[in-house]
Structure formats: C-alpha cells, structure tokens
Design a protein around this ligand. Sequence first.
Ligand SMILES: *[C@@H]1O[C@H](CO)[C@@H](O)[C@H](O)[C@H]1NC(C)=O
Ligand SMILES: *[C@@H]1O[C@H](CO)[C@@H](O)[C@H](O)[C@H]1NC(C)=O
Ligand SMILES: *[C@@H]1O[C@H](CO)[C@@H](O)[C@H](O)[C@H]1NC(C)=O
Ligand SMILES: *[C@@H]1O[C@H](CO)[C@@H](O)[C@H](O)[C@H]1NC(C)=O
Ligand SMILES: *[C@@H]1O[C@H](CO)[C@@H](O)[C@H](O)[C@H]1NC(C)=O
Ligand SMILES: *[C@@H]1O[C@H](CO)[C@@H](O)[C@H](O)[C@H]1NC(C)=O
Ligand SMILES: *[C@@H]1O[C@H](CO)[C@@H](O)[C@H](O)[C@H]1NC(C)=O
Length: 380
Amino acid sequence: MANFSLSRLHFQCCFILLGMSVVIYVIGTFFEGSKVWLNSFSMFQTANNHTLINVTHLTIYNETVNQQTSEAIHTEITTLSRDNLTDMLSTKSMTTVPVKEASSIQYHQAYPRNYRFIIDEPHKCDQEKPFLVLMVPVAPHELEARNAIRSTWGNESVVQNKTITVIFLLGLPGNEAEKQQEELKLESQRYHDVVQSDFMDTYINLTIKTTVIMDWLATHCPQASYAMKVDSDMFLNLENLMNMLLAPDTPKENYITGRVMWNIPVIRNTNSKWYVPKELYAEDYYPTYLLGMGYIFSNDLPEKIVEASKEITAFNIEDAYVGACVKRIGVSPSSPPNPSQFKDYFSGTYNREEFASVITTILQSPQQLITFWQDLKRPT
Ligand SMILES: *[C@@H]1O[C@H](CO)[C@@H](O)[C@H](O)[C@H]1NC(C)=O
Ligand SMILES: *[C@@H]1O[C@H](CO)[C@@H](O)[C@H](O)[C@H]1NC(C)=O
Ligand SMILES: *[C@@H]1O[C@H](CO)[C@@H](O)[C@H](O)[C@H]1NC(C)=O
Ligand SMILES: *[C@@H]1O[C@H](CO)[C@@H](O)[C@H](O)[C@H]1NC(C)=O
Ligand SMILES: *[C@@H]1O[C@H](CO)[C@@H](O)[C@H](O)[C@H]1NC(C)=O
Ligand SMILES: *[C@@H]1O[C@H](CO)[C@@H](O)[C@H](O)[C@H]1NC(C)=O
Ligand SMILES: *[C@@H]1O[C@H](CO)[C@@H](O)[C@H](O)[C@H]1NC(C)=O
C-alpha cells in the first residue's frame, strides 16, 4: 500500500500480564497496513522477527463500530511469532490458528503508550495554562460523582491567583457500551473535562488508568507545575493544598507527597481483593508509596514514571505500582508538612473546623461532598 502512512493507523495493542499468561489484545480494524503497524508494535521493535509470545486471548476490536468482533479464541496458550500475527491480520484467519507449545518471554504492560485517547482535550492546558492539574480517575458510569465534583472543588478554577484544571480520566465502558459511549461524548462536549482512553475500565485495570493519567500529563500538559491524582470520592480543600504547594520550601521537581505508606506487606492471600502473585511483584514489602486516594507531584515526574513503567511489571495495586516507578527513578516520597491533612477515613460525622483544615478526606457519597461543601462555603 504505497500511500499508507503511520498517521493513518488506527491500531492499538497491549500486553497485560495476568497471572502467568500473557494476554494479547489486538485492537483496531484490519487492513493492508498491518505490517506497518506490527513494525511500530513495541514488542517487535525490541525483539527480532522470530520472537515468540504466549497468547491466551486474541481480541479484535472494530473501532469503527466500537465493538469487539472476535474474542478469546484460545483458551489454551498459543505461541505466535511476528509472521503469524502478520498472517492473521492480513487474512483474518483468526479461528484457524492451531494451539502449540508455548515458549517463554516476559512481557508486562501497564505501559500507557499501548493505549490511545478516544475522547481528549488536546488544547486544554495550552488554553488554561494551569499551575495545578487535578486528574480524577473515574468509571464511565459514575456521572453523579463527576457532577458532584464539578459543582464543588472541581469548580474552583482559580485559587490564590493560580489556575487549576480538572480532568476526569476513564476507560471503555463495559455494560451498555454504545449507550454509555454516546452519553460520554455529549458530556465531554458540554463540560470539556473528560478524557477517555481505550483500555477496558475495570477495577483490576486501575494501574493502567494511573499510567495513562501520567501519560496524559506528560504529553498534553507539561507546562503545569504540579498535578494531583485524586479519587472521585474525595473531599478536597484547594486553599490548603495551594498553601502547601506555594510554600517557599516546597520542591519544584522530583517531588511527590500525600499519605505516605511505609513497609506495607504484599498480600499473598488469594481471596483478597489486593492479592498480588509473586510472579508480578516478588518482594515481600512494597516500596514506600503514597496512598492512592490523593497524591500530589511535581509535573516533571509523569514523563519519568511513564518511562519507568516500561520496565516494571504491571501489578494491580496502582498506588504501590507508582511507588515502584518512583523508586526506580530514584525519588523518595515526601511526608507532607502536616500529615494529618491527608485523611484516609471519614469518621461519619461532619465537623466544619476539621474540613476547613484538611487537604483531603475520603467521603462516603457524592451527596455528602455537596452537603459538606455547601456548609463549608456558607458565610460565617
Ligand atoms: C468494522 O465495522 C465496519 C462498520 O460496520 C465494517 O464496515 C467493517 O468491515 C468492520 N471491520 C472488520 C474488520 O470487521
Ligand atoms: C523484521 O521484519 C520487518 C518487516 O518484514 C523487516 O523490515 C525487518 O528488517 C525485520 N527485522 C529483522 C531483525 O529481521
Ligand atoms: C507461525 O509461522 C510459522 C512459520 O511460518 C508456521 O510454521 C506456524 O505454523 C505458524 N503458527 C501458527 C500458530 O500459525
Ligand atoms: C509461556 O509459556 C510457558 C509454558 O507454559 C511458560 O513456561 C512461560 O513462563 C510462559 N511465558 C510467559 C511470559 O508467560
Ligand atoms: C461554578 O461556579 C460558578 C460561579 O463561580 C457558577 O456560576 C456555576 O454554576 C458553577 N458550576 C457548577 C457546575 O456548579
Ligand atoms: C495574578 O496572576 C497574574 C498572572 O500570573 C499576575 O499578572 C497578577 O499580577 C496576579 N495578581 C495578584 C493579585 O497576584
Ligand atoms: C484490562 O484492559 C484491557 C485492555 O482494554 C482489557 O482487554 C482487559 O479485559 C482488561 N482486564 C480486565 C481484567 O478487566
């Protein structure tokens, strides 16, 4: 295909290590450009053409209609080479691939550049020139949480004369995908604060969501000074946060702070929601990390974290994973000047003085955020 160019590619691909097996997903529509796509496929850039990979699932995603057209065709491990993939892509003979003995090469990927933004705000940071960007991971269906934030801390666009930008980061919806996707597009047109990437938005994929957040910051918002990853069920006091960030001794580079977690053992109980197999993270303790509910970092870190994520096997504890990346970069998490301002619990009773003095607190519902906010902002 003579006039084929990389910019016309609509392919994405990713490898995710789940348990012992590598799951390959091929996402995109087929056409003759498959070979060009394979050349840009990170695995084949570093390996030679005879590299074998273990495959358990091969999912084809038809982007035109936002649908999977084929799924999980192998339940056993299949070993494939680059040529095999090329053949499959050009002939679409997916179901005729025989199952063979598997070979062994390790791939991990929460590497965010395997994914692609399908709803984006490419010029938002150019236009708003934020000092601080609040990146809120949220599930597609959590409209109520987004709206509660939009009407509370998400609506504080200037604090202490510094611009703050809010971005909701989400993946692909599972249930009622087409309907939800339509609604998300409308929501994005209305508020211009939604960024969606093409990974499946599930609990176990939270690590991907976080590295995609880092990728968005690195590629779309390098001009910001600080960023914060803040969960959608959090109360956030931006005056206090800005006081902390604008204090003269707050580092401007290689800085990450929040609720610091030291010496946290890796959970090996297979029944636990936080179970991580040794194959994914071998050590008994996590490196020092910041609790995922809300951590703040200087905006030089996202690019470095994205780079580090290439080399660090993905595991499903997103905040500890960021801790592992930060450790690789050689940065130590900082204790905030006042650690009691990062509260990973809510007593259940609202206390105005308390909310006036914290930076973040976990809440129980979007309605609670609105109620407390209104009380906090009422004139005394
Ligand atoms: C993807 O969907 C479009 C629209 O239905 C269709 O024309 C196209 O053939 C599909 N591609 C593949 C590879 O199935
Ligand atoms: C691998 O295959 C591609 C496409 O066929 C070719 O351009 C490239 O030179 C090959 N690389 C090696 C190391 O053989
Ligand atoms: C992969 O390609 C090799 C070499 O062309 C071929 O012998 C083998 O049967 C193919 N394997 C699959 C699973 O298609
Ligand atoms: C591939 O499969 C073989 C055989 O089951 C296994 O020994 C190897 O660890 C696997 N490699 C990966 C990356 O899962
Ligand atoms: C945000 O605040 C402005 C006033 O500063 C107000 O007019 C607007 O309605 C608020 N937006 C939301 C979603 O509450
Ligand atoms: C607010 O920021 C703008 C732009 O950085 C600056 O020109 C202005 O002087 C600042 N105002 C105050 C009151 O600090
Ligand atoms: C994680 O995301 C990938 C890429 O979209 C998806 O194929 C996979 O099913 C997701 N994993 C889980 C366990 O949800």
